[in-house]
Write a protein of this length. Structure first.
Length: 233
């Protein structure tokens, strides 16, 4: 994702996306080594390139947004009748994305199939829906809470800080650990899920993380859930 001119490193796409969005469509079509090269920048917010005569560091604090089909034939909702591919073919397709890379994706959202979305297309707009201005105000207030509490956004909390800022009751900790074990998730995914739950609580102006916040955070692990379903087919 970086470009070079001779032996002098030059900024590439991820540096140009600094403080912006890097969008990758058809994620499984991106070479695996390219995706894995994003792992370190996603953690550190910078790119370090070493050459024989110099070392260059470029800023790369960006928001990564990706899109992909759930199977090589384009559709799969956990029921094999919805797909023309076998479980092994689907797993082979999705395994183009490495586990360590997937661990770094905070929100995995399942987008409904078009026929399901079209069922609601003719419904009149819901007047009770919040406007963009209202939602922006909620986000700004949540960010202000985070800065007052820990002097940084939840995204930058270390695992040690999470033990205090995102402390759970014994029952909720047991629940989250059991969910992680069911989906075969890593410690990194555990901490990222906890950050998401902490953010959901902040958006609702809650001081403590509750079970509902954990459940909502777990609902954003759609691809992990799909992979777990495939292992049982």
């Amino acid at each position: 994702m970086q470009s070079y001119s001779g032996s002098i490193p030059q900024p590439g796409e991820i540096t140009r996306a600094h403080h912006g969005i890097l969008f990758l469509d058809e994620l499984t079509e991106t070479p695996r080594h390219v995706l894995d090269s994003l792992r370190e920048p996603l953690e550190s917010g910078q790119v370090c390139i070493s050459r024989a005569r110099q070392q260059s560091v470029f800023p790369a604090r960006f928001q990564l947004v990706c899109a992909l089909n759930p199977s090589p034939c384009g559709s799969f909702d956990g029921d094999l009748r919805s797909s023309r591919a076998t479980p092994d073919q689907i797993l082979s397709y999705l395994n183009k994305i490495s586990g360590p890379f997937l661990d770094r994706i905070d929100l995995q959202v399942d987008v409904p199939r078009q026929p399901d979305a079209l069922k609601h297309a003719q419904r009149p707009p819901d007047q009770s829906e919040e406007s963009s201005a209202t939602l922006r105000s909620v986000v700004e207030q949540a960010q202000a809470r985070q800065y007052r509490r820990q002097d940084c956004l939840n995204h930058h909390l270390s695992p040690k800080q999470l033990q205090t800022v995102a402390a759970l009751s014994d029952d909720d900790h047991t629940f989250l650990v059991a969910a992680m074990e069911t989906l075969k998730l890593s410690h990194r995914a555990y901490h990222r899920t906890l950050r998401v739950a902490r953010t959901i609580a902040d958006l609702g102006a809650n001081d403590d993380i509750q079970r509902a916040h954990l459940l909502e955070a777990m609902s954003f692990r759609a691809l992990d859930v799909l992979l777990n379903q495939l292992r049982t087919l």
